[in-house]
Write a protein that binds this ligand. Structure first.
Ligand SMILES: [Zn+2]
Length: 857
C-alpha cells in the first residue's frame, strides 16, 4: 500500500524518532524464503496511535513499552495504540520478511557459476519496510544500530563500520557470526543498507584529507566470479579524487566514517547513495575490460553518489516533491567533479551529447512536469526518477551557476549544509541560502526555470549582417503555460570558418526577451558555422541557422572542442526528433561523422542514433535503401579497425556493435557471414557483451537455433551469459519460440534481470508482423500484471514489452492500429494507477511522434 503526502505530513507532525535497533537473521538465506527481522524503535509521539510501515509474510510479535500487545497488521502497516504521549516510547516488531527477486527490499542472488549467494538491499523511495518495520518517509530521521547474523564465511556490511563480531554455532550446527555496526548519525530509512554474502573485498587503504584530520577507509566489493575483471584501481583513484574535491568544495567534512562501494547483481538502477555503504550496478564491471566511455560513465556515477553524501544524505528533501533537491544537484555535481578532479575531463561533452536528450525528450511529452513536481503519493514518487528530475534539473543548475557565478553557487551550498545538517529541508531552504549568498531576489528566476514545464526553443537565423535569435516555448498538450514561457538565457556563441579547428570569434550573450539581434562583423556574417550555446551553458533546443545546419550535415567540421561538437549533434538529433531534419540524411551523416570522430562517446552515440533513426523514424520500406550505404561504410570501417596495429579496442567494438545492430534491421547474406567470422577472429575485441550482441543478431535473423545458441554458451555458466542467452533465444523469429518466451516471462519465476532480458529478445523492431498476437496479449495482461507485481517489475513490463517501433503501413497517425489499440486501452482503463497511465501515455506519445516522422520521411 502506498503512503500519501498528507499521511506522511500528519505522521511527521506527531512523531519524533530517536533511534532504531535492527536485527536480521540471515543464517538460512540459502534455504529459506523468509528471514527473521526485529526492529526496536524509540520515539516521541503526540498522539496515542500511529503506524509503522512493514511488508512481511507474518508479524510474530509487537511490544509497546515492554508489554506484548495484540498484533494489528494489515495493508502493509503495523498499527500501534496506547502510546505514551509524554515520554519516550519503545516499540519492538518481530516479523518474518521475504527475500526479494525484483531488486526491491532485500534482494537475493544465487550465482549459477559457483553457487555462491549475494544479498543486498535497495530501498529508495519506499522499500526499507520490506526488510524491517520503520517510519518509511524521508523526514523522520533517526540514529540506527544494526546487528546482522549470517554464515560465518560471509561478508556482512551496513552503513556504520563493524564494531563487534561474535562467531557461534546454531542448534542445527551451522557456524554463524553476529556482527554489530557503529551507530549511524541521523538517517532517513531509505538510505539505510544491508549487504550479506560471499563478496570479494578489495582494500583501498585510508584516504586522508590534506590536514590529516579526516581519515576514511575505502573498500570495494563484488561477486567472486567478477573479481578478476574488476579494474579496481580506476575506481579507487576516482573515489580519492572525489573525496578531495567535495570535502574542499563543501567545507563540511565527510560525515559518514567509512566509504564502502559494493557492486551488486540484478540491480534495478545505476547506484544508490547509502551513506558509507554505496551500492552500484555490477554491469559497471565489464568482462574483457571497460571502454573509456564506460569508465567515464562509472566515474560519473561514483561522483554522483558521492555528492549525495551531502546533497540528500546530510540534508534530505522533506518529501519526494523535492526529489530534484538532491538528484538535480548530484547529477550536476557528478559531471562537475568529474571534469574538475579526474582524468575524464570530457564529462560535460557526454552530458551535452547524451544526457541532455533524456531531458529534452521527457520534457516534450504530455506527461512532463516542472522540475519542482507535485508528488501526492509514493507511486507518483517512483515514476519521478526521470529525465526532468535528473538531467533537466542538472542542466538548469549549470545555467544557474553561469547566472550567479561558481563561487556563489558553492558558497550557498556551504550555507545550506551548515544550517540543515542531519535534518530534512525543502526547496525554500535552498533558495534562502542562494539569496543570502548573493543578496539577490531569485523569485522570478525560480518561477520560469523550476516551476514551469517544457523546454525553450532558441532558433537562429541570419539576416544579412544580423544574427537573430528567437526564443519560444513549445506548446505541450495539457500544459497551457509551456507555449508562452520566456526565460533568461546566458550563453556563448562561437563562429567558425570552413575546416577550422578553433572559433575565430566567441561572444557571450544574455537573452531575456523573445528576440535578440546581434550585429555581426563581415567575417562573422560569412562564418561556415555559428553555434549558439557553444559551451552548453543553457537548457534550450537549439535550431541552427540554415547555413550552419547544412555545414554540419555535410561534415564540414573539424572543430577541436568536443563540447561544441556535442552541442551541434544534439541540435541535429533533436531536429530529427522534432521532424525538422530528414532521418535518412541524418542516418548517413551520423555514420560518416563517426568514422572521423576521435572521442568515444561522440562516435558511439552517433552510431547508435544512426541505427535508431532507421528503426523508429523511417517507414519499413525505406529501411533497406537507407541502411545500405551505412552498412557499406561500417563494414569497411570494421575491417580497417581490425587491421590497424595496434587495434584500438574501443573503436573496433563500437563499429562492430553498430554493424550487428544495423544488420538486424537489414540483414544481408554477406554481412551476416562477416559477423559470424568476427566471432572467431578477434578475442581481445570480442568480449562477452559484444559476442552476444552478434549472436543475438544471428538468432534474430534466423541463422542460429536455440541449441546452437546453447552450444555457444556451453562451458560458461556465468550469470551474465545466462542473461545474454535468454535474450538471444527469445530473438529467434519463430512464433513458437516467441510464445514460449512470453509465457516464461509472465510465469512470475524470473528475476528482474532475466525478465528484462527475455522481453528484450522477444521485442525486436524487425519482427513487427510476427509479434501481432503477443502485442494483443501485452495489452490484455497490462493492468493485471501491473497490479500483481511490484512497480519496478511493472515498469520493466511496460517499457520493454511495449511495441516501440510502429509500422506506417498499419495506418497513419491516430489511425495506426497500434495507436488505436493503445487509445482503446487508455479509454478502458481510466481508473488504472496513475503511474501506469503515465507510462502508457508516454509510449503512445512516442508512437505518434515516430509515425509522424515516418509519414514525412
Ligand atoms: Zn542520485
Amino acid at each position: 500500500m502506498t503512503l500519501t503526502q498528507v499521511e506522511a505530513q500528519n505522521r511527521s507532525e506527531q512523531i519524533t524518532v530517536d533511534n532504531y535497533r535492527i536485527s536480521l537473521d540471515l543464517t538460512h538465506a540459502t534455504s529459506s524464503n523468509t528471514f527473521p527481522s526485529r526492529a526496536t524503535v524509540t520515539f516521541h509521539s503526540k498522539a496515542p496511535e500511529t503506524h509503522l510501515d512493514l511488508v512481511a509474510e507474518q508479524v510474530t510479535s509487537v511490544k509497546v513499552n515492554g508489554a506484548e500487545t495484540e498484533v494489528d497488521f494489515r495493508d502493509d502497516r503495523v498499527y500501534l495504540s496506547g502510546l505514551d504521549t509524554e515520554g519516550l516510547n519503545e516499540v519492538t516488531v518481530e516479523a518474518l520478511c521475504i527475500y526479494s527477486r525484483t531488486g526491491e527490499g532485500l534482494h537475493r542472488y544465487h550465482d549459477p557459476e559457483d553457487g555462491r549467494y549475494y544479498l543486498y538491499t535497495q530501498y529508495e523511495p519506499f522499500d526499507a519496510h520490506r526488510v524491517y518495520a520503520c517510519f518509511d518517509q524521508p523526514d523522520l530521521k533517526g540514529t540506527w544500530d544494526f546487528e546482522l547474523t549470517g554464515p560465518e564465511s560471509w561478508t556482512l556490511l551496513s552503513n556504520g563500520a563493524e564494531i563487534e563480531r561474535e562467531t557461534w554455532e546454531t542448534e542445527d550446527h551451522i557456524k554463524v557470526q553476529t556482527c554489530r555496526f557503529a551507530q549511524t548519525k541521523r538517517l532517513s530509512s531509505y538510505i539505510t543498507a544491508v549487504i550479506a554474502g560471499e563478496y570479494q573485498k578489495f582494500d583501498g587503504g585510508v584516504w586522508k584529507s590534506e590536514d590529516g584530520d579526516l581519515q576514511i577507509p575505502l573498500g570495494l566489493y563484488c561477486r567472486q566470479t567478477l573479481a578478476a575483471d574488476f579494474d579496481t584501481e580506476d575506481v579507487f583513484e576516482v573515489t580519492r579524487q572525489g573525496l578531495e574535491f567535495f570535502n574542499n568544495a563543501y567545507q563540511f567534512p565527510y560525515p559518514w566514517g567509512k566509504y564502502d562501494q559494493i557492486y551488486v547483481p540484478e540491480y534495478n538502477l545505476g547506484a544508490m547513495e547509502n551513506p558509507g555503504c554505496i551500492t552500484f550496478n555490477e554491469k559497471m564491471i565489464v568482462r574483457g575490460g571497460p571502454s573509456r566511455t564506460q569508465r567515464s560513465n562509472r566515474a560519473n556515477t561514483i561522483l554522483h553518489e558521492m555528492c549525495h553524501m551531502w546533497f540528500g544524505d546530510l540534508v534530505t528533501p522533506r518529501w519526494w516533491d523535492d526529489l530534484w533537491l538532491k538528484e538535480s544537484f548530484a547529477d550536476n555535481q557528478g559531471y562537475f567533479a568529474e571534469q574538475e578532479a579526474t582524468q575524464y575531463t570530457e564529462s560535460f561533452t557526454t552530458f551535452a551529447a547524451a544526457r541532455k536528450s533524456w531531458a529534452y525528450t521527457q520534457d516534450l511529452r504530455p506527461t512532463t512536469h516542472p522540475i519542482m513536481a507535485e508528488i501526492p503519493d509514493l507511486d507518483a514518487a517512483k515514476q519521478n526518477f526521470d529525465g526532468i528530475t535528473y538531467a533537466k534539473g542538472s542542466a538548469v543548475l549549470t545555467q544557474l551557476m553561469v547566472h550567479l557565478g561558481r563561487e556563489n553557487f558553492f558558497g550557498a551550498a556551504r550555507r545550506y549544509f551548515q544550517k540543515h545538517a542531519f535534518q530534512a529541508a525543502s526547496f525554500s531552504d535552498l533558495i534562502a541560502a542562494l539569496e543570502e549568498q548573493t543578496g539577490r531576489d531569485l523569485g522570478p528566476w525560480v518561477r520560469v526555470w523550476l516551476q514551469t514545464a517544457g523546454p525553450s526553443v532558441i532558433r537562429a537565423t541570419r539576416e544579412g549582417r544580423e544574427f537573430v535569435l528567437h526564443q519560444a516555448g513549445v506548446p505541450i498538450e495539457g500544459h497551457p503555460e509551456t507555449g508562452k514561457t520566456i526565460r533568461p538565457h546566458t550563453f556563448t556563441i562561437a563562429f567558425f570558418a570552413a575546416n577550422a579547428t578553433e572559433p575565430f570569434s566567441v561572444r557571450e550573450v544574455t537573452m531575456e526577451a523573445e528576440t535578440l539581434r546581434l550585429d555581426l562583423t563581415e567575417g562573422e556574417a560569412a562564418a561556415t558555422m555559428i553555434v549558439p550555446n557553444a559551451g552548453d551553458e543553457t537548457y534550450a533546443l537549439i535550431e541552427l541557422d540554415a547555413v550552419s545546419q547544412a555545414s554540419a550535415m555535410a561534415g564540414l567540421l573539424e572543430i577541436a572542442d568536443t563540447r561544441i561538437r556535442a552541442v551541434i549533434w544534439q541540435s541535429l538529433w533533436m531536429g530529427v526528433y522534432n521532424g525538422r531534419i530528414d532521418p535518412a540524411a541524418f542516418a548517413l551523416a551520423a555514420v560518416e561523422s563517426a568514422s572521423t570522430e576521435e572521442l568515444g562517446i561522440l562516435r558511439e552515440i552517433n552510431l547508435v542514433r544512426s541505427v535508431q533513426v532507421i528503426s523508429h523514424f523511417l517507414p519499413r520500406q525505406r529501411w533497406a535503401a537507407t541502411a545500405q550505404p551505412s552498412l557499406k561504410l561500417i563494414s569497411s570501417q570494421v575491417q580497417d579497425e581490425l587491421e590497424a596495429s595496434p587495434v584500438d579496442v574501443d573503436r573496433a567494438r563500437s563499429w562492430i556493435n553498430a554493424y550487428a545492430q544495423l544488420l538486424r534491421l537489414h540483414p544481408t547474406e554477406e554481412g551476416l557471414k562477416e559477423l559470424t567470422e568476427l566471432l572467431e577472429a578477434h578475442p581481445e575485441v570480442i568480449n562477452p557483451a559484444l559476442k552476444w550482441t552478434i549472436l543475438t543478431t544471428l538468432a534474430a535473423t534466423g541463422k542460429l537455433s536455440q541449441s546452437e545458441l546453447e552450444s555457444h554458451a556451453s562451458g560458461d555458466q556465468s550469470g551474465e551469459t545466462q542473461v545474454f542467452l535468454a535474450t538471444a533465444k527469445a530473438a529467434i523469429p519463430s512464433l513458437e519460440v516467441k510464445q514460449a518466451a512470453w509465457k516464461s516471462a509472465l510465469s512470475g519465476e524470473l528475476s528482474n534481470e532475466m525478465f528484462s532480458a527475455t522481453l528484450e529478445g522477444i521485442n525486436q523492431a524487425s519482427q513487427y508482423e510476427l509479434l501481432a498476437d503477443l502485442r494483443e496479449d501485452f495489452f490484455q495482461q497490462l493492468e493485471s500484471f501491473w497490479n500483481n507485481n511490484s512497480i519496478g517489475m511493472g515498469t520493466r513490463y511496460v517499457t520493454q514489452a511495449f511495441p516501440s517501433s510502429p509500422d506506417l503501413s498499419a495506418g497513419i497517425g491516430t489511425e495506426n492500429e497500434l495507436v488505436k489499440r493503445t487509445d482503446q486501452w487508455l479509454a478502458e482503463h481510466r481508473d488504472a494507477s496513475h503511474a501506469l497511465l503515465r507510462l502508457v501515455k508516454e509510449k503512445r506519445d512516442d508512437l505518434v511522434r515516430y509515425l509522424r516522422a515516418q509519414e514525412n520521411a
